[in-house]
Structures are given as structure tokens and as C-alpha cells.
Design a protein around this ligand. Structure first.
Ligand code: FDA
Ligand code: NAD
Length: 435
């Protein structure tokens, strides 16, 4: 029986929020041996967004240690040595299979027991699989999902093995759009398929989506909308050869990439912590319903003060900031102090081909499209405003400069009144400089 180990703080999960929490602990003052990070991944926390961008670019590949946290926010890269120097125990390749929050105990897959005084749950999300929907043949070889480094390595190997082959991307969300571009850049022949009338319907309006769909089509990507993958054909080696669509059509495929959503990993805490909207319910300091248990990153459903609503956010900016907030709150509480409530302004972004967009705020209400959204433009720059109850509450901008992106963030935070949608439409991006 392995010896029991005890820590003042334990972080379960070794992704983005774990890495940023470790940095905040070290900033706030940490004694050697006080903090352990337990991660089932084989490498220290890294900036996950790199996996669908630089890491899978065969010509110009980003590699570790280049994107260990906190590289993504311009901070120091935390190499394995950094954890040692800061007295942080980094337990990799170690999965927690049981959490007993009443006994403050965690158990690993090999039976090792960890005790903690304060726990930070930072287990992130796992991909939704086509087999979850009972899609026939979905476990064929060369059908890939992308969440962790190992998944990206498998994809890179397959792209190298199937040079100039045919790739089908299932899903028109973040993964679909970023991977569609990456596969094309790597010289595969790409078809994207998704059920909705336009891509990224969670965020994009029809006007925004028509630009990206046009741009992708001009790059030679074939887009099939309004249907889903209903099954797969394979060869005698069990490799995928064809995607069978629900509408009866078939698409030849050497590689299939699936991005049909993610689910927060909260099974360890089921029945022990209050849940809301699919995540662990927290307060504005990321404290859950169980004393000394915090939840950060993708799994936290927290009060979004700006909109007076409980929300869960599956994006990297919130993973970083929620981690910092939780650690600051833990440290302040130890000193009998308090800190301000989390007051998050939603920030999402993506990059594909030479394109780059940012979005701040909330995407509800009426919309106003502005700028040049012609996919054939040499330098497209356009965006959309969202207006609710006479206030501008969300802004999307493709091709913005750093200053412009800063300005749209400010507008989404300030929520200026809008008297006329026509005037806003005429002013376009210049409106933000008036705020
Ligand atoms: P994260 O997933 O980073 O980490 C969770 C960790 O917990 C993992 O290491 C996992 O292995 C581990 N774990 C889970 N269960 C465990 C257990 N039982 N025991 C031990 N370890 C366990 N966002 C954005 O804003 N812009 C972007 O461009 C991108 N790009 C992007 C690309 C790709 C490919 C993905 C998959 C995701 C993005 N995202 C993104 C989303 C962003 O990466 C995501 O929101 C954050 O990584 C969430 O951080 P967390 O720490 O919550 O989870
Ligand atoms: P998503 O929710 O963005 O998109 C899922 C898409 O799947 C939907 O838009 C829909 O088109 C499609 N879909 C659903 N069911 C389908 C079916 N049966 N067949 C075909 N298509 C179907 O999820 P994702 O793109 O898989 O991303 C996974 C996670 O990674 C999310 O948490 C996301 O936020 C994160 N991520 C974020 C970024 C970013 O912020 N730039 C980049 C990559 C990944």
C-alpha cells in the first residue's frame, strides 16, 4: 500500500487553470511542499489553445517548452524546473479516480492517497464523442478528437502518413473552424460538415458566418451544411475510408476530425458538490458548496456579475483569471481579509489562416454588422455589435489592431447607450473610439 501524502493545497488537473493557479500561489508566497498539482497528462500545464494552432502546423510547428503556461499571456514559461524551484510537487501521469470531499482525500488509479486542507478542482472538459450519439463505425482508425497533447501528436502522425489526402471535419464550432484551416494549410483536401445553417452559431450571426464560410470556400474547403455524420466505412485495416451523411451523401476520407462540443469533467465530485448548468456551482471567489473546495476553469458555474446570471465559460481567458481569483481568495481568507468579487467580461478569440477575431461581452439582442466582410477583400476588417435594451453589450471584430481590440473590450464593459441602430451602422468601428 502506497504511503499517504498530505498537502496544504492540492490542485486536481494540470491544465491551463492549474498552471495559472500555481503561478498565483507562488506570487502570493508558498512554502516548499505546500502545493501539489495532480495531472493525468504527461507534461506540465501548457497553453491548450496552441494544440489547434501552432502545434499541428507541419511546416512551422510550435513545440514545447515554447507554450508552457504562462506563455500565452506574456508571462514566464513554467518549465518542469520552475515547479521544483517553487517547491511545488508536480505529479504527472497520475489520475485521480476518487475524491472523498468529506474526508478531504483523493485516490489515484494506482491506489495512492492524497490528503489536502484546500482543494482546487481544475479538471477541465472532455470531448463529446460521436459514439455518445451511437454513430455507427465511430471508433474506426484515423477518426480523431482534439483535447490533449497526445491527441494532437496522433493527428500530426496521421497528417504526415496521409500527405495530400482527404480530410473530413465534423462540426462547425471552434475546433471545426480551426482544424479545417490547419488541415488545409497542411495540404489536405478538406470538407467540413455541420448540422446548422451556418458555422459557429453559438456566437456568429449569419453575417459574420457568411464571411468565414466564403473565405474557407475561397481557400478550397468544401462546406456541407444541414446534415451530420451518421456512420463511417472502413477498409480491411479498420481505417476510415468514407463518412456517411444522414442525408444519404457520402464523403471520401483518409482522416476525420471531430469537434462536436465538450463536457465538463465533474464525475469525481458527483453527489458531493452542488451543481448548476452542467458545472460545479461556485460563488464569486470560486468556492463551491463544500468548505475548502474551489472549482476553476471550464468546470465552474460562477456568478457573471456583469449580466447578473450564473454562467460556465469554456475559454482560456476565464481559465486563467478564475484561477488567479480563487488563489487570491484562498490567501486573503487565511489572513482574515477579503478581495473584490470576480467581475468577468467574457472574452473569446480565434485564429485561422491569416484571420484573427476577438469578441467581448454578450451576444444577445439585436445586431448591427459593420465594415468590409467581403471574403475576397485583401484586408478584410469587419465586426458586429449586439444591442440589448438600448445598450451596446457585445462586440465582435475580425482583423482588429491591438488598440482596436482594446477599444472594443472597453465598449463591451462600459455598455454605452445606443439611440439608433442606423447611426451605429453608419459609424461602424469608429463608434468605439467615441467611448
Ligand atoms: P484544461 O482542459 O486546460 O485542464 C484540465 C486538466 O485536468 C487536464 O490536464 C486533464 O488531463 C486533467 N484532468 C482531468 N481529470 C483528471 C483527473 N481525474 N485526474 C488528474 N487530472 C485530471 N480557448 C480560448 O479562449 N481560445 C482558444 O484559442 C482556445 N483554443 C483551444 C484549443 C483546443 C484544442 C482546446 C481543446 C481548447 C481550446 N480553448 C481555447 C479552450 C481552453 O483551452 C479551455 O477553456 C481551458 O484549457 C480550460 O482550462 P481548465 O484548466 O479548466 O481545463
Ligand atoms: P463547439 O461547441 O464550439 O462546437 C460544436 C459544434 O459541433 C456545433 O457548432 C455543431 O456545428 C457541431 N455539431 C454538434 N453535433 C454534431 C453532429 N452530430 N455532427 C456534426 N456536427 C455536430 O465545440 P468544439 O468546437 O468541439 O470545441 C470543444 C471545446 O474546445 C469547447 O469548450 C471550446 O470552447 C473549446 N475550444 C475553444 C477554442 C477557442 O476559443 N478559440 C478553440 C478550440 C476549442
Amino acid at each position: 500500500m502506497a504511503e499517504e501524502k498530505s498537502f496544504k493545497y492540492v490542485i486536481v488537473g494540470g491544465g491551463v487553470s492549474a498552471g495559472y493557479a500555481a503561478r498565483e500561489f507562488s506570487k502570493q508566497g508558498l512554502k516548499p511542499g505546500e502545493l501539489a498539482i495532480i495531472s493525468r497528462e504527461q507534461v506540465p500545464p501548457y497553453e491548450r489553445p496552441a494544440l489547434s494552432k501552432g502545434y499541428i502546423n507541419l511546416e512551422n510547428k510550435a513545440t514545447l517548452p515554447g507554450f508552457y503556461v504562462c506563455a500565452g499571456s506574456g508571462g514566464e514559461k513554467q518549465l518542469p524546473q520552475w515547479y521544483k524551484e517553487n517547491g511545488i510537487e508536480l505529479l504527472l501521469d497520475t489520475e485521480i479516480v476518487k475524491a472523498d470531499l468529506a474526508a478531504k482525500t483523493l485516490v489515484t488509479g494506482t491506489g495512492q492517497v492524497f490528503k489536502y486542507q484546500t482543494l482546487l478542482a481544475a479538471t477541465g472538459s472532455s470531448v463529446t464523442r460521436l459514439s455518445d450519439f451511437g454513430v455507427q463505425g465511430a471508433d474506426a482508425k484515423n477518426i480523431f478528437y482534439l483535447r490533449e497533447l497526445g491527441d494532437a501528436d496522433e493527428l500530426v502522425n496521421a497528417m504526415n502518413a496521409k500527405k495530400n489526402g482527404k480530410a473530413v471535419v465534423v462540426g462547425g464550432g471552434y475546433i471545426g473552424l480551426e482544424l479545417g484551416s490547419a488541415l488545409k494549410v497542411n495540404n489536405l483536401e478538406v470538407t467540413m460538415v455541420y448540422p446548422e445553417p451556418w458555422c459557429m452559431p453559438r456566437l456568429f450571426t449569419a453575417g459574420i458566418a457568411s464571411f468565414y464560410e466564403g473565405y474557407y470556400a475561397n481557400k478550397g474547403i468544401n462546406i456541407v451544411k444541414g446534415t451530420v455524420a451518421a456512420g463511417f466505412s472502413t477498409n480491411s485495416d479498420g481505417e476510415v475510408t468514407e463518412v456517411k451523411l444522414k442525408d444519404g451523401r457520402t464523403l471520401k476520407a483518409d482522416i476525420v476530425i471531430v469537434g462536436v462540443g465538450a463536457r465538463p469533467i465533474i464525475s469525481l465530485f458527483k453527489g458531493q458538490v452542488e451543481e448548476e448548468k452542467g458545472g460545479l456551482k461556485t460563488d464569486a471567489f470560486f468556492k463551491t458548496s463544500v468548505p475548502d473546495v474551489y472549482a476553476i476553469g471550464d468546470i465552474a458555474t460562477f456568478p457573471m456579475k456583469l449580466y447578473n446570471e450564473m454562467r460556465r465559460v469554456e475559454h482560456v481567458d476565464h481559465a486563467r483569471k478564475s484561477a488567479e481569483q480563487a488563489v487570491k481568495a484562498i490567501k486573503a481568507a487565511e489572513e482574515g481579509k477579503s478581495i473584490p468579487e470576480y467581475d468577468y467580461l467574457p472574452y473569446f478569440y480565434s485564429r485561422a489562416f491569416d484571420l484573427s477575431w476577438q469578441f467581448y461581452g454578450d451576444n444577445v439582442g439585436e445586431t448591427v454588422l459593420f465594415g468590409d466582410n467581403d471574403p475576397k477583400s485583401p484586408k478584410p476588417k469587419f465586426g458586429s455589435y449586439w444591442i440589448k435594451e438600448g445598450k451596446l453589450i457585445g462586440v465582435f471584430l475580425e482583423g482588429g489592431t491591438p488598440e482596436e481590440n482594446k477599444a472594443i473590450a472597453k465598449v463591451a464593459r462600459v455598455q454605452p447607450s445606443v439611440e439608433s441602430l442606423d447611426v451605429l451602422s453608419k459609424k461602424g468601428l469608429s463608434f468605439v473610439s467615441t467611448i
